[in-house]
Design a protein around this ligand. Structure first.
Ligand SMILES: Nc1nc2c(ncn2[C@@H]2O[C@H](COP(=O)(O)OP(=O)(O)O)[C@@H](O)[C@H]2O)c(=O)[nH]1
Ligand SMILES: Nc1ncnc2c1ncn2[C@@H]1O[C@H](COP(=O)(O)OP(=O)(O)O)[C@@H](O)[C@H]1O
Length: 205
């Protein structure tokens, strides 16, 4: 028995911890049952990024129009650019009974938690702060100023860890993927068990 609506799975955590890497690795696996929600952003595409696949790339005015029209489930300004989750896709997909996977930064995840407290909130944590710094520097996509800003934000984000249901360490990408998959399976089992007993109790009454 599966609950009718899908699960909303939110993967978040500090910049550079490996959210994008883990998400891509997860979605390359054949046994993945959840649907990825493509975000909108005003940041410039990086080399190899495709509009509609990696992000919906928008001008600032277009993004602000989406905010004004309530087209976003959440949005945040992160290191100078807007990022947001189009709500229509999330709602339709959950309604079809499919699980939706968001990979978003911490401010956005906290907004989603308010709107969807029944979601599954997973914080991806680095093995250490020094390893986090090496990953941001090693990625080589940002200038020194941006790296500095991202590290400052990362320290504030780590303080929000307690607001999440699960903390997954990203020591190795495959291990992090396995932990996330185990969490999702566990959450389905838990919810199905609760629904089963709830149904039995109402039948007894
Ligand atoms: N709030 C929010 N954050 C997002 C969304 N999409 C992506 N992000 C986050 O924005 C941050 C910056 O993303 P990006 O520029 O792609 O850089 P990178 O993920 O650090 O390589 C990351 O922490 C993403 O997880 C979104 O729809 N909403
Ligand atoms: N488990 C890991 N071990 C070592 N390096 C990693 C791991 N996960 C990600 N990385 C590297 O860390 C950098 C940041 O990863 P990225 O996925 O862009 O982070 P985020 O999306 O959280 O900002 C990238 O260079 C990536 O290859």
């Amino acid at each position: 028995m599966r609950s009718e609506r899908g699960l909303l799975i939110v993967l978040s955590g500090p910049s550079g911890v490996g959210k994008g890497t883990v998400r891509k690795a997860l979605f390359n696996q054949e046994d993945i049952q959840f649907q990825y929600s493509v975000s909108a952003t005003t940041r410039n595409p990086r080399e190899g990024e495709v509009n509609g696949v990696d992000y919906f790339f928008k001008m600032r005015e277009e993004f602000e129009r989406m905010i004004a029209n309530n087209e976003l489930l959440e949005w945040a300004e992160f290191v100078g650019n807007y990022y947001g989750t189009p709500i229509a896709y999330v709602e339709q997909t959950l309604q079809q009974g499919k699980d939706v996977f968001l990979e978003i930064e911490v401010q956005g995840a906290l907004q989603v938690k308010k709107a969807f407290p029944e979601g599954v909130f997973i914080f991806l944590a680095p093995p250490s702060l020094s390893e986090l710094k090496s990953r941001i520097v090693g990625r080589g996509t940002e200038t020194e100023d941006v790296i500095h800003n991202r590290l400052t934000v990362a320290k504030e984000e780590i303080e929000m860890m307690d607001a999440y249901d699960y903390v997954v360490e990203n020591d190795e990408v495959q291990l992090a993927c396995d932990r996330i998959k185990a969490i999702v399976v566990g959450e389905h089992c838990r919810r199905e068990r609760v629904a089963k007993y709830y149904k039995q109790m109402t039948e007894v009454e």
